[in-house]
Design a protein around this ligand. Structure first.
Ligand SMILES: Nc1ncnc2c1ncn2[C@@H]1O[C@H](COP(=O)(O)OP(=O)(O)OP(=O)(O)O)[C@@H](O)[C@H]1O
Length: 327
């Protein structure tokens, strides 16, 4: 992709709060025009801190940030009219109605959509004359989204857009975000819902303690994780009776008694080799579970590694014959 196509360009971003706490510690990524990029991460990983810099709400401690080719903080006037921002908490005057809130916002927005159109887009058409203070949590998120969409933004920043929405509301928001992206809107969203990133993101980054721990398409991030096969050996059989692990295409293993856990980058080969061996040896594998790596596993792996609770599977080697304790 050409660098001019990078609608968002972040290089070695650092953000430090008063007291010296470094919440963002050298983050770099780019987002192309019309792309949807998701920032994932554990609580406190630095997602909102990063987003706020891109939205022009905070100045980076160091690093370079460009949105639509401009510094969002230093050149706010050039960037702000072209972006839409949905914060985690919009904080609107609660006495105004939904329509009045949008009208107030439209007054500060050039080229705003008709208010009715924005309300219909987010499914609040029937709630236009209700005061903001009586909206449900999910309806408030929809109002936040309507406000972010009002100015027909080229770039949309969505901070946890579906938190508090019911299943239907979440699906509605996903459909809307997909439509906007199909029309060419660039979207950067943060989310705690891994299925949201899987459903929507062209690319994603998993942040942990202010750093990007993994980045790429869902496939890229997942394929860095091994798949897993677990099973119980029958009485009289021990992990050491299995064929050599490299013959099975296995890259790591652990076992607890007769429960064996194999890790592999080639699930088809490993599963086929294991099942052929079991058939030929007349062994019945109990509770057999063959599981491809998932985004959830990649996410948990990153969080656990960083907490020093990494996977205990050891590198491929032969399993110690007759040994019944965990490897
Ligand atoms: N104003 C602030 N002053 C000091 N520290 C802050 C401030 N805002 C955030 N932090 C800290 O910075 C770190 C990153 O916070 P941030 O809100 O960016 O994380 P996040 O990934 O968005 O988390 P969450 O998923 O919980 O929303 C946290 O440790 C948080 O406590």
């Amino acid at each position: 992709m050409n660098t001019e196509d990078h609608v968002i360009d972040v290089t070695d971003l650092r953000r430090v709060y008063g007291g010296g706490f470094e919440a963002v510690r050298g983050v770099s990524f780019t987002v192309g025009r019309g792309e949807l990029f998701a920032l994932l991460g554990t609580n406190g990983a630095g997602k909102t801190s990063t987003l706020e810099v891109l939205e022009g709400l905070a100045r980076p401690a160091s690093g370079r940030v460009r949105v639509l080719g401009h510094d969002p903080f230093g050149e706010r006037d050039a960037v702000r009219p072209r972006i839409g921002v949905m914060l985690q908490d919009g904080g609107f005057p609660s006495e105004l109605t939904v329509r009045e809130t949008l009208r107030m916002w439209a007054g500060c927005t050039s080229g705003a959509r008709p208010i009715g159109e924005a309300l219909e887009m987010v499914g609040l058409g029937k709630r236009a004359d209700v005061r903001v203070k009586v909206l449900s949590g999910g309806e408030k998120r929809r109002l936040d989204l309507a406000l972010a969409l009002l100015g027909r933004p080229e770039v949309l920043f969505l901070d946890e857009p579906t938190t508090g929405l019911d299943a239907e509301g979440r699906q509605d928001t996903w459909s809307l975000v997909r439509e906007l992206r199909a029309e060419g809107t660039t979207v950067l969203l943060t989310t705690h819902y891994l299925e949201e990133a899987e459903a929507l993101a062209d690319r994603l980054a998993i942040l942990h303690e202010g750093r990007i721990a993994s980045e790429g398409t869902v496939e890229d991030v997942v394929s860095a994780q091994p798949s897993r096969i677990t099973f119980d050996l029958p009485d009289g059989w021990f992990p050491g009776d299995l064929p050599p692990l490299d013959q099975l295409g296995v890259t790591g293993h652990s076992h607890d008694g007769r429960t064996v856990r194999l890790m592999t980058q080639n699930l088809q080969q490993a599963a086929t080799s294991l099942l052929l061996w079991a058939r030929d040896a007349g062994v019945s594998l109990g509770s057999l579970d063959v599981r491809a790596a998932s985004l959830e596993e990649a996410f948990l792996h990153i969080a656990r590694e960083a907490d020093g609770r990494g996977d205990s599977a050891t590198a491929a080697a032969s399993l110690d014959p007759r040994k019944e304790t965990a490897a």
